[in-house]
Design a protein around this ligand. Structure first.
Ligand SMILES: NC(=O)c1ccc[n+]([C@@H]2O[C@H](COP(=O)([O-])OP(=O)(O)OC[C@H]3O[C@@H](n4cnc5c(N)ncnc54)[C@H](O)[C@@H]3O)[C@@H](O)[C@H]2O)c1
Length: 359
């Protein structure tokens, strides 16, 4: 298979990459641990029908690296990790497969904690938990924190408030027009926070069910045909809340909003696009900073979930976003670069403490 000849992996700087194979259940998983400098790696399991093994490997390497940065800036005592299960979650998921996966997670003996991601749900984590104690994001019935999108949306709202303050001088969206692309778990809750704050919301989704929900629940929300129509409409803030890659050369050139802050992961389609945004005078609140509420929620569960404690930590996304935007101005770099620098600084400074020998 030649995995160690893979050039992505050789240059990725990951601590550990584990290939897990259980033929009878069809499990093919890769667990990526980018860093444990700040503590056990934490990040969800993506169940996805990748076209090739290389695609799966590339994704887990990118995602686990991203989690190291996200966890560092969320102030968590967790390093970055992520896992992918290569397969179709609709067809391939079974109790035995999830439990086989759980045994591989257990075999890492706490170097990696898993949770939900695209294609996996709290009920799946309850099954995984029958084989490993290194799992979080479980159902409320099993002592878990439940749906992590609640604090994800709350954190995005806090980050957006900080960006609004940086751009317009007041930490509120009142009187602004916010475009929400994707009315899924995060987009729906974010819409509620925005309306309660006095913003006008324009939204879009590819799902008729999501649109019907919006018509029924919030008739005051303007619905537009697609993301292209959203970004060219008269909005002050763009909140990508669907899939990754929302900010590409075309969308950034067409965007009318002055601020971007949304829940989607990996919003920047390619390196360099953060500079295009900055050159156009668009303030980008880095995705992994503002969408950290979900990982804050599941990290809290490891201690025994307390919603108020987790929410207090998610409130700090406001301060972190504000600090990053100020640092970006001070250092003359785009906010995405400032965020990376701050995360790397915390990983180095706090990670170094482990060199102090404890008898
Ligand atoms: N749920 C969390 O706790 C969490 C945490 C961090 C990051 N995120 C990220 O936030 C984003 C949304 O997550 P979610 O949990 O709400 O997912 P979700 O699947 O519940 O919602 C996504 C929504 O986007 C819609 N959509 C898909 N393609 C679209 C398109 N081209 N245009 C418009 N709408 C489109 C879907 O129909 C769906 O309603 C994802 O990128 C996810 O990785 C989620």
């Amino acid at each position: 298979m030649g995995v160690f000849a893979n050039e992505d992996q050789e240059s990725s700087g990951h601590e550990q990459v584990v290939f897990c194979h259980d033929k009878p259940t069809g499990l093919k998983a890769i667990i990526g641990i980018y860093s444990t400098a700040l503590g056990p790696a934490l990040g969800g399991t993506r169940f996805y029908p990748y076209a090739t093994e290389d695609d799966a490997l590339r994704d887990v390497l990118d995602l686990s690296r991203g989690m190291a940065y996200k966890n560092a800036l969320a102030g968590l005592d967790h390093g970055g990790g992520k896992a992918v299960i290569w397969g179709d979650p609709e067809q391939g998921k079974s109790e035995a497969l999830l439990r086989a996966y759980g045994r591989f997670v257990q075999s890492l003996n706490g170097r990696y904690y898993t949770a939900c991601d695209v294609g996996t749900y709290v009920a799946d984590m309850d099954v995984v938990a029958r084989e490993t104690r290194f799992v979080t994001g479980r159902s409320v019935e099993h002592g878990g924190a439940g749906d992590s999108s609640i604090l994800t949306a709350w954190g995005v709202f806090q980050g957006m408030r900080a960006a609004a303050e940086h751009m317009w001088g007041t930490p509120t969206l009142a009187g602004r027009r916010v475009g929400v692309a994707g009315l899924g778990k995060v987009g729906k809750v974010l819409t509620r926070h925005l309306l309660e704050d006095g913003a006008a919301v324009v939204a879009t989704d590819v799902s008729e069910k999501a649109l019907a929900w919006a018509r029924e629940t919030y008739p005051q929300v303007d619905l537009v045909a697609d993301a292209d129509a959203l970004i060219t409409s008269d909005i002050d803030v763009y909140a990508p809340c669907a899939l990754g890659g929302a900010l590409n050369d075309d969308s950034v050139a067409a965007l009318r909003a002055k601020v971007v802050a949304g829940g989607a992961n990996n919003q920047l389609a390619h390196p360099g696009i953060e500079k295009v945004l900055a050159d156009r005078g668009i303030l980008y609140a880095p995705d992994y900073v503002v969408n950290a509420g979900g990982v804050i929620q599941v990290a809290d569960e490891i201690e025994g979930f307390n919603f108020e404690r987790a929410k207090l930590r998610a409130n700090r996304i406001y301060d972190t976003t504000r600090d990053i935007l100020r640092l970006a101005d001070a250092e003359g770099v785009p906010p995405a670069v400032a965020a990376d620098r701050l995360a790397e600084r915390r990983m180095a400074e706090v990670g170094r403490l482990r060199t102090i020998h404890l008898a």
